[in-house]
Design a protein around this ligand. Structure first.
Ligand SMILES: Cc1ncc(COP(=O)(O)O)c(C=O)c1O
Length: 494
């Protein structure tokens, strides 16, 4: 191996933080918060801090996190992107081996890579085991869910260049970059960025007749793609009526519209199936994946595309038409490959289905016991949702009602946290909190987690208790925060 001449290290700039100091936990939790707020998303962390939710949190076991006071909580958060818990040994031990032994190029943007080759092979083989029409499909890797959707939209448009419209569904969520945001019909996220990608249209989720009418109205040849979540995750775990997904597929096929199944949240076991779309009788042209593929540790997104559509965008000299720097990098692919292997070997989709069924039964029993807290509970596999009754029972005008709805979920999250369960908000459903535990969470811990949800419900038997159980000083600060304008910095802020 060529020798590297080592020079004495140059002095570090004032305030520069060494990587080793972070690894050795030399930054105190208070310092972490201050720096994260000073140089990052200050307002988000401030809001979470008011609720005592801002961390930092440290791993106690893959499925439990500890705060600075030593309080240990069961982690059912992670937005469905933590399939095996935090720093799961199955991945970390493989990573040690990878770091010791791997010789394959790390960022193989323009050359072949054994890691990328293996992961795309396995993904296509898994998908085509469920949907044989995908036997010759091809994969494009990226580094997030939203980017997988951007790729899907471009593949679809290249296939139908003359068409102008993209259809997505009410309460859907596909990401926050401009293309995916255009198909995420949530005014809170969209409005300030208008005009978005032209031609994006929304149809009511679960209503096949409405979709057919919309397609007729737009003109079938004028529709590039229909983008659908097989179960809506951020929309609050909305399961479509039987036949809806199959019908979406048939409609698309009839008119040659590209059907994109966004399996970023549902795919690879979360809902109890490898691919929820396939389980519901949909054979989409494009499947997007992300979250669990990164093993809860890194970023892997994938767009799986039928061969002919793939070729249309990336054929011949156009093969550079879509690209990125980091997609397919060796480290991400190695994690993805090992994650997929573990999912297969442990048959985690089947485990998710079995545990999820028991979990939902427990949540239903809680709903019966506490009907003034829970408006409904829903779920499939380990994608579970609790929708709460609004904290304020009287009818309120629109904007105020929205604030009360949002506060309901936020305070429920705080109370769950106090009961030592970490949960997720739903980005497009304001009164819904989701539980997305690791697919391999030990059964006793899973039932302890549900027991703690029971404790939470016992402390808040009606949703108004979410408010009355919150210290008035916290409520006052939250109200002030909700009404405030972004903070102005002064020089003394550093
Ligand atoms: C169905 C779905 N699509 C796309 C995304 C966007 O993924 P990311 O946050 O990795 O950009 C999400 C994220 O929650 C999602 O649930």
């Amino acid at each position: 191996m060529p020798r590297v001449t080592s020079l004495p290290p140059a002095p570090l700039p004032p305030g520069f933080i060494r990587a080793g100091d972070v690894l050795d936990e030399r930054l105190s939790p208070a310092q972490v918060r201050t720096l994260d707020m000073r140089y990052g998303n200050e307002e988000l962390l401030y809001g979470l801090g008011l609720l005592d939710l801002s961390g930092p949190f440290y791993r106690f076991s893959p499925w439990e996190l500890e705060d600075e006071h030593g309080t240990r909580r069961i982690n059912a958060s992670g937005y469905a992107a933590v399939p095996f818990g935090d720093m799961p040994p199955v991945i970390t031990s493989f990573l040690h081996e990878f770091l010791d032994k791997n010789r394959a190029m790390s960022l193989p943007q323009q050359s072949s890579s054994p890691w990328r080759a293996a992961l795309q092979t396995n993904l296509v083989r898994l998908l085509s085991r469920e949907l044989p029409s995908h036997a010759d499909s091809q994969v494009f890797f990226c580094s997030s869910g939203t980017e997988a959707i951007e790729g899907a939209l471009k593949f679809a448009k290249a296939w139908r260049p003359k068409a102008k419209h993209y259809i997505s569904f009410s309460s859907g969520y596909h990401g926050k970059t401009l293309g995916s945001l255009s198909l995420t019909p949530n005014p809170e996220y969209q409005d300030i960025f208008r005009p978005l990608v032209p031609g994006a249209v929304t149809s009511p989720y679960g209503d096949l007749d409405a979709l057919a009418q919309l397609v007729r109205r737009l003109g079938p040849d004028n529709v590039v793609a229909v983008v659908v979540e097989p179960i809506q995750g951020e929309g609050g775990v909305n399961i479509p009526p039987p036949g809806f997904l199959r019908g979406v597929g048939e409609l698309c096929q009839r008119y040659g519209i590209v059907c994109i199944a966004d399996e970023i949240q549902t795919g690879l076991g979360r809902t109890g199936h490898w691919f929820e779309s396939a389980a519901q009788g949909l054979d989409p042209d494009i499947v997007t994946l992300a979250k669990p593929l990164g093993g809860g540790m890194t970023a892997v997104g994938a767009t799986i595309v039928r061969h002919t559509i793939y070729k249309k965008m990336l054929g011949g000299l156009s093969s550079k038409r879509h690209s990125n720097t980091f997609g397919g990098n060796a480290l991400a692919m190695a994690v993805g490959l090992k994650s997929l292997e573990y999912l297969v070997e442990q048959d985690l989709p089947a485990r998710s289905a079995r545990l999820g069924e028991m979990g939902l039964a427990r949540l239903r029993a809680l709903q019966e016991e506490y009907p003034r807290l829970f408006e409904s509970v829903r779920g499939q596999g380990l994608l579970l949702a609790m929708q709460f009754r609004p904290m304020v029972g009287v009818p309120l005008p629109g904007p105020l009602r929205e604030i009360v709805f949002e506060a309901t979920a936020i305070l429920a999250l705080r109370e769950l946290h106090a009961a030592e369960v970490m949960a997720n908000l739903s980005l497009s459903s304001k009164r819904t909190v989701r539980l997305t535990p690791a697919l391999d969470m030990p059964e006793d811990l899973f039932f302890t987690m549900l027991g703690r949800v029971g404790v939470f419900a016992g402390r808040n038997p009606a949703s108004r208790h979410l408010l009355t159980n919150t210290p008035p000083a916290v409520t006052a600060r939250l109200a002030k925060f909700a009404a405030s304008k972004p903070k102005k910095r002064t020089d003394s802020d550093g």
